[in-house]
Design a protein around this ligand. Sequence first.
Ligand code: URP
Ligand code: ZN
Ligand code: ZN
Length: 479
Amino acid sequence: MTSLIRGGTVVTADQTYRADILCVDGKIAAIGPDLDAPTGAQIIDAGGQVVMPGGIDPHTHMQLPFMGTVASEDFYTGTAAALAGGTTSIIDFVIPDPQQSIMEAYKTWRGWAEKSAADYGFHVAITWWDDSVGKDMGDLVRKEGVNSFKHFMAYKGAIMADDEILYNSFTRSLELGAMPTVHAENGELVFQLQKKLIEEGITGPEGHPLSRPPAAEGEAANRALRLAEVIGVPLYIVHVSTSDALEEIKRAKAAGQRVYGEVLAGHLTVDDSVYLDPDWNKAAAHVMSPPFRSPEHQAALWKGLQGGALQTTATDHCCFCADQKAMGKDNFTQIPNGTAGVEDRMSVLWTHGVNTGRLTMNEFVAVTSANAAKIFNIYPQKGAVQVGADADLVVWDPELSKTISVKTHHQNVDYNIFEGMEVTGLATHTLSRGVLAYKDGDLRAVKGAGQYVKRPAFAAPFDALSKQAALHRPGPVKR
Ligand code: URP
Ligand code: ZN
Ligand code: ZN
């Protein structure tokens, strides 16, 4: 398949220039002014538009079995919706049950993901520990192209990782050159507050944010960062939602730690007033963890993204429909946690980031694709417009507007947290490995066309960090 994208302005994380892009057999084959179209090539007119790397959403949960149900969006419907919004790759999560073989769980998720329409990779969660987990981590890194491991510091009694698990897994990650990542919330504190709120008769969704105060996130972020500091391993903190966690990241960075922060499009643009909605279904539809926060936290998150303390944007796309949310009708702790967004992330961030002047177009590319590709070691195969890179590209009309609505979205869920938001800046064409998967409202996603993307282990920076940690340690005292 050969396609020529003609007349657009190429925008990458570090350059803006006019050029045509030739895509051959899934790769970018040439970039330059006035390229000749090979015979039979499909011509895509990008006049007046920008052409960027397709988005990478580094945090999704397609068809996740969670809290007694299964997320409504599967790998096909979810990646198809992603393509409609200009996102061409996702990194999803394998979440083994405690005591389940992590390799067996990984194989299960790989099977589910075969129907993906866009490319995908996996972080693997470490929910328990013994020697077999450490051995499987080695096989996942060396043979399967997994270079990141996730730790849920919340969800006590289910998938929560305590400090012993964190210590063992962070240490093993360092040996392997893999990136530990954390969901930072103090799970014990959340559990105790949930019990207290229910006892006090607060059973509705308004109890959800009360049970997960910002300090619970700040404490966990600090604990994970301090463990990573002592072990000498980098750390990636997912869905940073508070200034409390952000301040810990800034402190650690200033102290020389290699730490990365992710922020969700939802946390940047939706505030915590949603939990006070008199309509139970609407309030419950917003139950996710960490919860939506006050405007003060949102302002801090934007500054963190603008200032570089936060490097990536994601959605934590994890869909549950109203009948699933209703499982927690009498008890907010039973409401399945999760909200959608994979389709809307790019346009929401363009509208609230680029159109407001908070982000340049180049910074937009950095935070929607290039930084994730670099942090998770798939750059420049992904996140770049370069000869030899995958032809994952989005042709973007900065003037095109729409109003986001559940009535028109492609996501397989009956609610949209951005409902009614007017966005300006939309994908007109999305190419996945050179194949046109979306064109002017026509979604042509192909079930199974997405490919698994191997992510190699890291080498040099990890060694440098552990050497630094070792430098400060004297040897045994001879007496
Ligand atoms: O509420 C959320 N975020 N659900 C998905 C699991 C997680 O914590 O990321
Ligand atoms: Zn999480
Ligand atoms: Zn998540």
